[in-house]
Design a protein around this ligand. Structure first.
Ligand code: GUN
Length: 299
């Protein structure tokens, strides 16, 4: 029987720890964890994501601040806002939603976020700590951190002897995911659009993680029987069966056929997605605890 990995259940357990830690911070230190989420422009998907992040922050008892800036915002204006948030003691986490509108350069903005408040784990300091095996003092990108928790639920925390394949090599997901798997002793292959024989590489995986942004790309004959399949894709596709002009969200994995071969698999929606938001809350509460010199919770 294939195990369906329920991200909603795992996320709820993270959120419970976040909420109780936030309540203790407020009770004992008089401080609410502060999360500032910045979105620029009119991309509807970005606004949907950002609204759910702000809403969850409120539910966790945080000081939740959302900055929605117009499409025509300049590089200077955006960097000025980040500088103000960096200097604001009531803000412990800063997230600038990506992608930014085309006229803005994301890298200088991301690198200007102070590493202690970089809850996306994208600053070179945080990415470098992860790459050098320091999992204890930086902040780790939310989606890979959440995906690892789901993998740990199936395999435990020591992945010695297991082959892991990550498809995708982005700074936000693929690279930190590979680093986390490597730190857990897996033998890691990073595959991507230029890899030769992607299906063959994937068939060697005990743990297959797909983050490519191509709906239903991973097929059943790419999956080793019994493997754990983690689908990070969030693709909006037409759903004529729901009515004319309707759409639905689907992953990078052809779920139905792969579920017949896999030992464990994450659904989309309801798999990795809820973990991303939960880990953003976790990173924010960790940043707040550190800023007050208090012990950080384990997730
Ligand atoms: N866009 C899509 N996912 C993310 C994320 O995790 N962080 C940021 N900043 N932007 C995103």
């Amino acid at each position: 029987m294939t195990t369906i990995i329920d991200g909603k259940v795992a996320a709820a357990s993270v959120i419970e720890t976040v909420t109780s830690t936030a309540a203790a911070l407020e009770r004992e230190a008089g401080v609410k964890p502060g999360l500032a989420v910045v979105v620029v422009g009119n991309d509807p998907a970005s606004h949907t994501y950002v609204n759910s992040k702000s809403k969850m922050a409120k539910q966790c008892g945080f000081n939740s601040v959302q900055h929605s800036l117009p499409e025509e915002t300049t590089q200077e204006e955006l960097e000025k806002l980040v500088a103000e948030l960096n200097a604001d003691p009531a803000i412990h986490g800063i997230l600038v939603q990506l992608p930014l509108p085309k006229h803005l350069k994301s890298e200088p903005v991301i690198q200007s976020i102070t590493p202690e408040k970089d809850v996306d784990g994208l600053n070179v300091v945080n990415a470098g700590k992860l790459a050098t095996g320091d999992l204890g003092t930086g902040l780790i990108s939310c989606t890979p951190a959440g995906a690892l928790i789901l993998i740990n639920r199936i395999h435990g925390t020591d992945l010695s002897g297991l082959n892991a394949v990550v498809i995708g090599r982005s700074n936000l997901f693929g690279k930190p995911m590979a680093m986390l798997l490597l730190s857990s002793n897996a033998t890691v292959t990073m595959a991507h659009s230029r890899s030769k024989d992607l299906p063959g590489i994937c068939r060697g995986a005990d743990i297959l993680v797909a983050a490519v942004g191509r709906p239903n790309m991973v097929k059943a004959d790419w999956v080793k029987p019994g493997a754990t399949v983690i689908d990070v894709g969030i693709n909006r596709v037409p759903a004529p069966e729901k009515g004319e002009g309707k759409t639905k969200i689907t992953g990078d994995v052809a779920y139905e056929e792969c579920a017949e071969v896999a030992g464990a698999i994450t659904p989309v929606p309801g798999g990795v997605g809820p973990m991303t938001i939960a880990m953003l809350m976790a990173n924010t509460v960790v940043a707040a605890c550190r800023s007050l010199g208090r012990p950080v919770p384990k997730f």
